[in-house]
Design a protein around this ligand. Structure first.
Ligand code: BGC
Length: 745
């Protein structure tokens, strides 16, 4: 057949196209084109050209021109597109907007807002010529120390699933794809490519898979990324039960599955399991797959099935449709969206005697904490974004019209320069091969003498202190990172003592990637704002809240425990383990070392508030908690059965003096029966109100399908909705239940 009579993807049927593909072409389509300088690569021209389309993107698939199969560009990630901001011999720049991290987005509890953020991210994906975004990431916050929690949403699967679904809908509305990741149970970074997660099927179904199930069913992501870890002895990417039985047969997923980068070991097992794309692919994997196809070690039926899924995916992409992208997304408009969404995800943890918003007339601010001057936009690794700028808290406050003490600004500038040089040289002299990949250590806090503080209190109206924490891929956080350092404690103590003695207030801002210890010091400052990481406009977003321009309405999507040890999972987590060498192709060496080689999820379903509330373990701040500058009452709760669902209605009234939004949470306590132990309560629905003016009342409506009240019974391997009494509870947090109604089923 000559080229002109060759079937062409898009005009001929997929079957016809597949029928003309050689074994080698099939293997090349299924195994990505590798990262850099692939050994023995005979197609350097083709691959090099594809890779050059969007420099800095995660991977490209192999184009087969004679059959009209275009390449596909895949790019990270959750907080915005991650590509190289500059290119050789090109004066243009390709910066992307750094949006808030996943945890901040989830803390908005606002699905519409997250969808809007997704729309903007997807627009950058489209206009920069990328086809599939490697996001969102929705693994469960099993333990506060997981290094990538910042990319993830919550300790609760409903929040994770709903926020992910909103994100996917927003991104995909641009006609580009998403890859929901990391499927599944990628709860630790330590030895992530070799760790075997031992999890009961109930915990998998109810906690670790549930969010993915919601996202798949509600938003139809184009692709799913399998995770690095083993699940009960089988690599996620080689796990047929996970990728075919559960994902496709049960949930109806009809897209393609790709590996995480260099994940898994056995290409044949991956193909059989339904892991269609091996990313980014290596020559070794390509050789192995080609040989397996040639020898029949993997059936042609399986290969054609997977090839078909990849071709169906390619046909959806903008590149296949010859979309003319312009490399000019509206970064200015997106900056406004990120500023507002970050504000809405910030959580006011404490606000005594209305310390916030800053009183009218507040002008001069004593700004403490290195992070105030060097705000952190997001975490490190593939969740990072090459942003054009980051607004620090200093700049945000100045933009809002405040005056930051000039002597402090100068002092911090000099100090930070020296600290950064010290930390850089530490990193460079490190013999740890992982050093280059690990998050840069935070500068230690500058200390102030009592005399210095006395002079600062005299010339300033209020003190602000920012505490910073960053984390990222390849390593989990440590206990030292969870706890405050002695220098941080000294700073808080000293500033609070001197400012309080002068009748002035102290506000603490937490620019953090994950949960930290708060119980031991939270009584000291007047207000605490957990700003998380707000992306490139972070300082402006915080200033909007401090000044009262915005009323905080974020709530925690995870618990702040009193101590790390209060989490059941801490007993089986690699606490303070050394980051392992885990780059490069799979070593295949498995260790049995607890929490390194094998992590036993002994806590089962008792993750986060399911544990704290059921076992009555006191916490510092509960799941779902967050203050506002106004107050809300919950009245007139009713529950009605409508078809296969329960519909809850509730009147919410703004009883304070300023406009605000409220996150209303619906928890249900289900009766025991076939399943003999259940949590005290589980989140079954939530909503965020529109902005309510003072005195304004609205009726919110929450719908819970009856099936969603089920627990998973290991015995029969089925979801069971028991007969009996169900307590429906509406609350402002998991521990602030305002109304409840019992329904008998
Ligand atoms: C991460 C993925 C990411 C991929 C591509 C991996 O190290 O785990 O989340 O999408 O790299 O950058």
């Amino acid at each position: 057949m000559s080229c002109s009579t060759m079937p062409q993807l898009g005009t001929s049927s997929v079957d016809e196209v597949i029928s003309q593909m050689t074994n080698e072409e099939k293997a090349k389509l299924l195994v990505g084109t590798g990262m850099a300088g692939r050994e023995e690569n005979t197609d350097e021209a083709i691959v090099g050209e594809a890779r050059g389309i969007v420099p800095g993107a995660g991977a490209v698939t192999y184009p087969i021109e004679r059959l009209g199969i275009s390449t596909m560009v895949l790019g990270d990630g959750p907080a915005g597109l991650r590509i190289s901001p500059t290119r050789e011999n090109d004066t243009a720049t390709y910066y992307c907007t750094h949006f808030p991290i996943g945890t901040t987005l989830a803390s908005t509890w606002n699905q519409e807002l997250v969808e809007q953020v997704g729309k903007c991210i997807g627009n950058e994906v489209l206009e920069y010529g990328v086809d599939v975004l490697l996001a969102p990431a929705l693994n469960i916050h099993r333990n506060p120390l997981c290094g990538r929690n910042f990319e993830y949403y919550s300790e609760d699967p409903l929040v994770s699933g709903k926020i992910a679904a909103a994100y996917v809908k927003g991104v995909q509305s641009n006609g580009v794809g998403t890859s929901i990741k990391h499927f599944a149970a990628n709860s630790q970074e330590t030895n992530r490519k070799n760790n075997n997660a031992i999890i009961s099927e109930r915990a998998l179904r109810e906690i670790y898979l549930k969010g993915f199930e919601i996202a798949v069913k509600e938003a139809k992501p184009w692709t799913v990324m399998s995770s690095y870890n083993y699940i009960n002895g089988v690599y996620a990417s080689e796990n047929e039960w996970l990728l075919t039985e559960v994902l496709r047969d049960e949930w109806g997923f009809d897209g393609a599955v790709m590996t995480d980068w260099f994940g898994g070991l056995d290409v044949v097992a991956q193909m059989n399991a339904g892991n269609d794309m091996i990313e980014p692919g290596s020559n070794k994997q390509l050789r192995e797959l080609t040989a397996a196809i040639d020898s029949g070690k993997v059936s042609m039926e399986v290969i054609d099935r997977n090839v078909e899924r990849v071709l169906e995916l390619i046909m959806k992409t903008p590149r296949f449709k010859r979309y003319q992208y312009d490399n000019k997304p509206d970064l200015k408009a997106h900056a406004l969206v990120t500023r507002q969404s970050a504000t809405e995800g910030m959580v006011l943890l404490k606000n005594e005697k209305e310390a916030l918003p800053l009183a009218e007339g507040t002008k001069n601010i004593a700004l403490f904490g290195c992070t105030s001057y060097d705000f952190i936009a997001g975490g490190t690794g593939s969740g990072d974004v090459h942003h054009a700028y980051v607004v620090s808290l200093l700049e945000g406050l100045e933009n809002a019209g405040y005056t930051v003490d000039a002597s402090m600004e100068k002092k911090y500038e000099t100090y930070l320069k020296a600290e950064k040089a010290r930390l850089d040289s530490l990193k460079q002299s490190s013999t740890d091969p992982m050093a280059a990949y690990l998050p840069v250590e935070r500068p230690s806090e500058m200390q102030f003498s009592p005399a210095e503080l006395q002079s600062l209190v005299a010339s300033n109206d209020v003190a602000l202190i920012t505490l910073g924490r960053s984390s990222g891929e390849f390593a989990d956080r440590t206990q030292a990172d969870f706890n405050l350092s002695q220098k941080e404690r000294n700073l808080i103590d000293g500033v609070c003592r001197v400012f309080h003695a002068a009748g002035k207030k102290v506000v603490i801002v937490l620019n953090i990637s994950g949960v930290i210890e708060t119980q031991s010091w939270k009584d000291k400052p007047d207000a605490i704002l957990c700003s998380w990481m707000g992306g490139q406009e972070g300082g402006n977003s915080v200033a909007d809240i401090l000044s009262g321009k915005a009323n905080p309405s974020g709530k925690l999507t995870m618990t702040f425990p009193i101590s790390l040890q209060d989490h059941l999972s801490t007993a089986n987590f690699p606490v303070d383990a050394k980051p392992m060498v885990q780059l490069g192709p799979q070593s295949g060496k498995h260790s049995d070392e607890p929490n390194i080689g094998i992590t036993r999820y002994e806590e089962g379903i008792y993750v986060g508030y399911r544990h704290f509330d059921t076992h009555k373990v006191p916490v510092s701040y509960p799941f779902g908690y967050g203050l506002s500058y106004t107050t809300f009452t919950y009245e007139n709760m009713k529950v009605k059965a409508e078809g296969n669902s329960y519909v809850v209605t509730l009147d919410v009234t703004n009883t304070g003096k300023v406009a605000g939004k409220e996150v209303v949470q619906l928890y249900v306590k289900a009766p025991l029966g076939v399943v003999k132990d259940k949590p005290e309560k589980e989140l079954r629905a939530f909503t965020k109100t529109q902005t309510l003016d003072p005195g304004q009342k609205i009726t919110v409506r929450l719908t819970v399908p009856k099936q969603d009240l089920a627990s998973f019974d290991e015995g029969t391997q089925k979801w069971v909705v028991e007969k009996g009494d169900y307590e429906f509870m509406t609350g402002a947090s998991s521990q602030d239940i305002r109304r409840s109604v019992v329904v008998t089923m």
